[in-house]
Ligand binder design. Sequence first.
Ligand code: P1T
Length: 379
Amino acid sequence: MKFNTKTIHGGQHPDKAYGAVMPPIYQTSTYAQSTPGGHKGYEYSRSHNPTRSALENALASIENGVYGLAFGSGLAAIDAVLKLLKPGDQVISTADLYGGTYRLFTKIFEGFGIKFCFVPMDNMDAIENYINDRTKLLWVETPTNPMMNIIDIKGVASIATKHNLLLAVDNTFATPYLQRPLDLGAQIVMHSVTKYIGGHSDLVMGALIVKDKQLADQLYFIQNASGAICGPQDSFLALRGIKTLHVRMQRHCENGKKVAHFLKSHPKVDDVYWPGFVDHPNHLIAKNQMDDYGGMISFSTKEDSLEGAIKVVEKFKIFTLAESLGGVESLAGHPASMTHASIPKKEREKIGVKDSLIRLSVGIEDIEDLLEDLQQALA
Ligand code: P1T
């Protein structure tokens, strides 16, 4: 089955009870048993729920995985992966990544004795230099949030294989429409389903997708034992989102390309970060591992100041100033004070997240309206 068909049919079957084409919302915490243990595959909704199962099957299908696990948020999904580790273990992570992931790593798991090295992963030697016998996990986010760096998943996967390490890839920005990390050698794909997969800014959810049964069993144990699951209503919404992922992504990419080029040629704009530019430092990797370049763009203005950035984001009329990304509507963010405020200023600036940086999640509106909005905000 090809990708566009998979988004609609992958892992999906009409409901067994009445043939409902969309899985019903099984709004129940528990299931009747005829005798202790005598149930129809479902006993308690933290462990399993039919609507969540339908979503998990769809997620596994679109990522070319075998097992999907859905969580209450993207961070809950990352939390579950980190719980595979033990005190003393080491994680090597992409240097620039979502601020909340950095906060989870450094403020929660470092406290439990797990060590994190944040490494610019465009240099494979740099990764190998940090590996020791305590290293267990390589954590990759690509494209990175918000600097739009691209990490060579195949390259990192070969290091992971050589040293017998787990490789997890946060595929939130790309989605499986653009890149499929399990095909490139990763063992775990992670999503903030909140973003493009949900696609309508109406839910908060996370997911993990894997191929290996033993790894799936371990993660399922954590999902059930720690309990950070998502509910059936949100599972239904995410499933509905998946069914239009390909058409939405196609438009996000088309609009993203036009916005990126508009910004690059605008006299008041300084740097524009978007992997589709031939002069983007990782453009060739993006060209190889992604099918298009997405709708996420960061930029700074020539004024290069906090005040300048705030002036622009406050003037937007169609781009809404808000946290999050990946919905049908265009959003603008100011990473230094919003999504990446939890990274200390010094660390933030080291990875390029300066006070003047603005991040755009380009939606699927008419492009003329988006460009007009940018033009008036920059005027
Ligand atoms: O918000 P949540 O569903 O818990 O997902 C966390 C997360 C993980 N990974 C990436 C790449 C992300 O971008 C996020 C969440 N990001 C935002 C809320 C944001 O505006 O960047």
